[in-house]
Ligand binder design. Sequence first.
Ligand code: NAD
Ligand code: UFG
Length: 344
Amino acid sequence: MKMRILVTGGTGFIGSHTVVELLCAGHEAEVLDNLSNSSEEALRRAALLAGRDADGIPFHRADIRDRAVLEQIFSHQRFDAVIHFAGLKAVGESTEKPWEYYDNNITGTLTLLDVMRRHGCKNIIFSSSATVYGDPAEVPITENCPKGSCTNPYGWTKSMLEQILTDMQKADPEWNVVLLRYFNPIGAHPSGRIGENPNGIPNNLMPYITQVAIGKRPELGVFGNDYDTPDGTGVRDYIHVVDLAKGHVSALEALRNGCGLAVYNLGTGRGYSVLEVVHAFEKASGIKVPYAIKPRRSGDIACCYSDPSKAERELGWKAQYGLEEMCRDSWNWQRNNPEGYGEL
Ligand code: NAD
Ligand code: UFG
């Protein structure tokens, strides 16, 4: 059944891919984003990929902390659910600007939730993160693993917002809340039209690799090779962003079925080390990626990968793409869009 969804942060990396999958699955989407870390061009391209006109997706350039604008949007349109991506996400920056992160992510979400309930929209999918597990006691990580201590304010915003949503759902069972804990999203739409558009020096592994491959940066720094992992470098569960986007479409069914509170890991269940990713990328692109071993990055953990079987069991969702396709599509996006969508 067709649902009408408000997508906050819908011009961003994961949001833009999700908008494509929502429309392709027959849903309607409206997007709200303040463009603090994205470009409206992503939405135009998403619309085209979904067979619409470039301006075929209603867009509100607005901030989730702006109650008046949210009131206006919810007064004019009834939404079946909100998929809430909007938030700041740079781990390092969050340690320098904690107030800005708590204000943007927490005040913003509290404002959004209040306006939603005032308008009787009590269905939400929230972008959470594997970071809420902290340094996991064991891998693979199931949803029953206890949450851990976060090493930065960004992580705490995710952990706290999970708690806030959990408490609100408990107090008012009319709410349906799906917390999706993403592992490490990489890749891009196979068309090469939309992808990740990092601002400045990339913090994350794959965008750094693609920028080295295209000649923008001389070499990759590998943050530590003395971890307790097979080759000593950090192990993560990388997931193709299109698989992740499809996970949101599947999660809508849970909302519709009145799931109450539901928590799912979205990952592949397979961990790869930094060097394995580098070598897979070299194979997929045919380009050598020079790297140098550097000291460990503060706050990093050795190994993190999911047990994604709950999402398969309950949502019928399973990642389809492997590391090869993730590398191929990351490279395809970078090569076709050396400047991303242009300067933000
Ligand atoms: P992104 O930065 O590309 O997208 C986030 C979007 O939110 C951006 O378009 C930004 O402009 C917008 N935004 C930020 N603050 C806003 C505000 N106050 N009002 C309106 N719009 C605002 O990031 P992404 O990688 O697409 O991540 C989407 C969500 O998933 C985020 O909540 C992020 O924390 C979460 N997440 C991402 C990862 C990852 O590795 N990419 C991992 C786990 C969780
Ligand atoms: N790494 C390098 N060099 C780089 C960048 C990263 O060696 O230039 C290594 C890291 O040390 C780590 C691995 O590559 O071992 C992955 O690092 P990322 O920065 O790409 O990803 P993280 O696992 O550190 O964190 C990401 C997001 C978080 C999110 C988490 C969820 O940045 O916001 O995934 O698992 F919470």
